[in-house]
Ligand binder design. Structure first.
Ligand SMILES: Nc1ncnc2c1ncn2[C@@H]1O[C@H](COP(=O)(O)OP(=O)(O)O)[C@@H](O)[C@H]1O
Ligand SMILES: [Mg+2]
Length: 577
């Protein structure tokens, strides 16, 4: 994690410098606004020391007008300032959110295996809000406060150096306390964002898995884990609140002491004619102008600390390497003719190979079926073909080019994937189908629905294809979901089709139906299919038997069956059940 200094520097470079014009206008406005705030206390002195004793009514009238004008200027400039910087800050937040979301989506699948999605949601929505404090209110208050304090200080010294010294001594003490407290609180704030993201992440997962939670009657344990999380959050907040309370109460105490001290000393000076009453009142006014921004600074300090912590996490995420950064650049527009695995090995964890030296070819128009017991590595192999994973050793060749040379986005555009637990978005059926091909014609849509046997059940829905299917498609049965997923793949018309247990939730009857459409579905493209029921892949051009990450047999159904090897075992064992 970077230090606050370096993150401030970075924030300056990436956030402030590009908006230097807004910042300069903002600074001018704040200087005008804060300068206007000095008019009233300055007027106070001549009011008491000159105008009242001389009974100068015209002078008083002029003074009142001047003070009123200053007040209007102050109000107008501070309004413009807020409008300018706050709008700018919100715009920046919007831009940053877009950037972070784009980045998140560009990260490799592996990244998501290791990161809670709830935490990522925080990254996108919450952490970026920190810029508001930097560009917006925080920075403006900081600079405005420093400006006011500096001017007030000079004016105070001009009135009475010793009085200034006496009143500022308690303030200096306060500064020490505040700085100390902030150095303690800063790491606590950094921790807070992390805890919040974790708790939110877990809650999101609990809700997504509500059926499992209820099914295993695990509400109590989820409750306990949530409670643990929010209490960690509470402890964190408590810790920072204690220090913040220390800062604010010591500020009240020390300000009180300062006021008492100057009342005493000021009274002494006035009686000894070393200070006029007007000058004394002006002094107390100015001291107020000096003190209040300093106290404000402490809350701004908290805000900026918080903001920098959030931006640090944003920065960390933006520094992740996106998969497109590492992909090749060679355009790949021609049709996919051949996919070849050459000596491909893969390990999720170091030294634990789940695929070992795979050599395999899939051609256009061919269906290659992967079979094997669960955990054999079938899905991993399919994920490599889908370019979700990059081989640890060996490589994937496409049309005779190493995959790593090709443009990833060109390759992906040729891909269609149907998974066992296929993902449907909360929305209508139609939206779920069209998201792979927004410009698909009604005809194409109709065809896909028919071929995947979606039509049968959709026609029974009151709203037909406009039916809302709920988050993750929960309002459909497993088999219906899979049929929708297959229709979606059909609509996408991919050149490489990957079906990973895509028909496992179908009953035998609908599977037989789908089987017929799969024959159409696989025509003219390369297909990799992983099927739960071996009877469904009998017609594959090539059946590949995987065992503990290695290819132990491959060939057509009849050949393998006659061979009475691993495939035969798997097949007959399944037939018995
Ligand atoms: N994301 C992952 N992280 C770590 N290990 C994984 C991951 N996915 C799968 N594995 C492991 O890789 C092996 C092969 O898994 P997989 O390819 O899903 O098998 P299959 O699809 O044949 O059932 C298994 O031992 C599994 O535990
Ligand atoms: Mg699998």
């Amino acid at each position: 994690m970077s230090s606050p200094k370096s993150s401030l520097k970075k924030a300056f470079k990436t956030i402030i410098i590009p908006r230097i014009r807004v910042v300069i206008v903002g600074l001018l406005l704040i200087i005008v606004s804060k300068s206007a705030s000095f008019v009233a206390p300055m007027a106070m002195r001549s009011f008491i020391d000159e105008l009242i004793p001389n009974q100068d009514l015209v002078g008083i009238k002029n003074l009142v007008i001047i003070v009123l004008i200053a007040l209007v200027i102050q109000a107008v400039t501070s309004f413009m300032l807020t409008k300018l910087v706050s709008v700018q800050a919100q715009y920046l937040i919007t831009e940053l959110r877009a950037e972070v979301q784009r980045k998140v989506l560009s990260l490799p699948v592996r990244f998501f295996d290791n990161t809670q999605s709830g935490a990522l949601v925080s990254r996108v929505m919450k952490d970026v809000e920190g810029v508001k404090s930097l560009v917006g209110t925080g920075l403006v208050q900081l600079i405005g406060g420093l400006f006011t304090a500096a001017v007030a200080f000079v004016l105070l010294i001009r009135i009475s150096p010793p009085l200034t010294l006496f009143s500022l001594a308690p303030l200096a003490l306060f500064a020490v306390v505040a700085i100390k407290a902030f150095s303690v609180v800063r790491p606590v704030f950094r921790e807070r964002g992390k805890i919040e993201a974790e708790v939110k992440g877990r809650l999101t997962e609990t809700l997504a898995g509500i059926r499992i939670v209820k099914g295993f009657h695990a509400e109590k344990s989820e409750e306990a884990s949530f409670n643990k999380g929010i209490h960690r959050l509470f402890d964190n907040i408590k810790k920072s609140m204690i220090y913040m309370a220390l800062v604010s109460s010591s500020s009240i105490l020390l300000a009180g002491i300062a006021t008492t001290v100057i009342t005493g000393i000021g009274g002494y000076y006035i009686i000894n004619d070393q200070l006029t009453l007007g000058a004394f009142l002006q002094f107390t006014f100015l001291l107020g102008l000096l003190i209040s921004p300093i106290f404000q600074l402490t809350s701004v300090g908290t805000e900026i600390t918080d903001a920098l912590a959030g931006l640090d996490r944003t920065e960390e995420l933006l520094a992740e390497v996106s998969e497109y950064d590492t992909s090749g650049s060679k355009a790949f527009k021609e049709p996919l003719e051949q996919l070849r695995f050459e000596g491909v090995s893969y390990a999720y964890e170091e030294d634990q190979l789940v695929l070992k030296d795979i050599n395999l070819e899939v051609k256009r128009g061919e269906v290659v079926a992967l079979v094997g017991t669960s955990g054999a590595g079938k899905s991993t192999l399919a994920s490599i073909a889908a370019s979700y994973l990059t081989p640890t050793q060996g490589s994937l060749w496409v049309n005779g080019n190493p995959m790593s040379d090709l443009s990833l986005s060109d390759y992906r555009s040729k891909l269609g994937v149907v998974l066992q637990d296929d993902f449907l978005f909360d929305g209508t059926l139609k939206e779920n189908l069209l998201f792979v091909k927004p410009d698909a014609s009604d005809n194409a849509l109709e065809e896909a629905l028919k071929a995947a046997h979606v039509k049968e059940f959709v026609d029974r829905f009151e709203n037909g294809i406009e039916t809302v299917i709920g988050e993750r498609g929960v309002k459909l049965s497993g088999g219906q979901r899979q049929r929708v997923a297959i229709a979606r793949a059909l609509l996408a018309n991919p050149e490489l089709l990957i079906l990973d247990e895509a028909t496992s939730s179908l009953d035998t009857e609908s599977e037989a139906l789908i089987q017929q459409s799969l024959a159409t579905l696989t025509k003219g493209r390369a297909t990799i299919v992983i099927a739960h029921r071996l009877s469904t892949i009998r017609n594959a051009d090539k059946i590949v038997v995987l065992e503990k990450g290695e290819i132990v047999e491959q060939g057509a159904h009849e050949d393998l069956f006659e061979k009475k090897g691993r495939y035969f075992d798997l097949y007959t064992r399944q037939a018995k059940i």
